[in-house]
Design a protein around this ligand. Structure first.
Ligand SMILES: [Zn+2]
Length: 375
């Protein structure tokens, strides 16, 4: 049995793989960090034979509850991904699959490769509405890419969107891809209406190094970027440092930071209720956006989510809180599931790359609904 993960976003350690019915695996920790949960590997299999793959350190992962009712993704062609039977006994995750072909890829969620990221920004650049900028470099020397969409003008609202601070949350970049496809479609009325009033500043991948290294949550040196927004540094968190510097230079009227949540089988947002400057205007804007989001797509809901921070109790190292406070603007963390959206279950793929893209697309309608009220 051969298993490999020496490729973009690969992650697995093989304990033993002597026979198809006992393949023992462990997920590797993020470099210089205790976090792990993302896996992505290729198996050379025996066709039409049941393979039992056990992830032995699942209960030590960042979110053990994330394995409950979770089903692994698999793919033969690396384009079409499907779910396979997976179980969690409280300690180990067991993936059971009878491959129809001699090699199969498995992953925690549909991967979004660095090559695809590079394709995405070059594709976007072909639009007359888009300007690509480089904000700086990461610790591994990769570019921090920013797409500026729409003609800049002091009169227009400035909407910032960042994705994949946590690199294992690949649905976040699928979301951005769907949003961009729709926004850059010149035949699309929503996008024309939006670009009359709004300039978009989009960072499709906030954590290129962690993405390529196959990390769950951190950058090249094990830093959780979504806890760096109070005092980012070039040594620990250049990704945040460069983006925040650009935000300071440009301004922010709305900020959406896109993530995936390992546990909750729903789409939801987390607001800024606990920041020091939170007031009635901010609360009204948050409600306007959430109501618009509910109208825009049945994939969004407000019943399930994180506990709301008490007044003044916000963690100001978190991106959406830090930006909301710094720019006195509307800001949300958007969370999508790794499992399914239990409000609209789809048993074959569950939550997927396709649904993430559609959710990104529908987010534009919610932004349009609140654009006028942002300032
Ligand atoms: Zn996250």
């Amino acid at each position: 049995m051969r298993i490999s993960s020496a490729f973009d976003s690969g992650n697995i350690e093989v304990v033993s793989a002597a026979s198809a019915d006992t393949i023992r695996l462990r997920i590797r920790k993020d470099n210089e960090s205790e976090f792990f949960q993302w896996y992505h590997f290729k198996l050379f299999a025996k066709v039409d034979t049941k393979h039992v793959m056990v992830i032995e350190n699942a209960n030590e992962s960042a979110y053990p509850k994330g394995w409950e009712h979770y089903y692994s993704f698999a793919s033969y062609d690396r384009e079409h991904w499907f779910r396979v039977p997976t179980s969690f006994d409280g300690k180990k995750v067991t993936i059971t699959h009878t491959p129809e072909q001699e090699t199969v890829f498995y992953a925690y969620f549909v991967p979004y490769s660095w090559e695809r990221h590079l394709d995405l920004i070059q594709w976007a650049q072909q639009s007359a509405w888009v300007e690509q900028r480089c904000l700086g470099t990461t610790l591994d020397g990769r570019e921090m890419n920013l797409l500026v969409i729409g003609e800049e003008s002091p009169k227009k609202r400035k909407v910032w969107i960042t994705a994949r601070q946590h690199p294992g949350e690949t649905m976040a970049e699928w979301f951005v891809e769907g949003l961009l496809e729709h926004l850059l479609n010149e035949d699309e009325p929503v996008s024309r209406q939006l670009l009359d009033q709004v300039v978009f500043y989009v960072v499709p991948n906030m954590n290129p190094d962690g993405s390529v290294r196959g990390h769950l949550r951190t950058n090249a040196v094990g830093v959780n970027l979504n806890r760096e927004w109070a005092e980012p540094s070039l040594e620990r968190s250049p990704e945040v440092f460069h983006v925040l510097k650009a935000m300071d230079a440009i301004g922010v009227d709305l900020y959406l930071d896109v993530h995936g949540d390992e546990n909750l089988p729903y789409n939801f947002v987390a607001g800024s209720e606990g920041i020091p400057s939170y007031d009635e205007r901010h609360a009204r804007l948050e409600n306007l956006f959430k109501d618009a989001y509910l109208r825009a797509t049945a994939e969004f809901q407000t019943k399930y989510g994180y506990e709301v921070d008490a007044p003044g109790a916000a963690n100001l190292t978190v991106a959406s809180n830090a930006v909301a406070e710094r720019f006195k603007c509307l800001a949300f963390t958007i969370e999508m599931p790794f499992k399914d959206n239990d409000d609209l279950p789809e048993p074959y793929q569950q939550w997927s790359d396709t649904r993430s893209r559609q959710f990104g697309r529908d987010t534009l309608k919610a932004i349009l609904d609140v654009a006028n009220d942002l300032r």
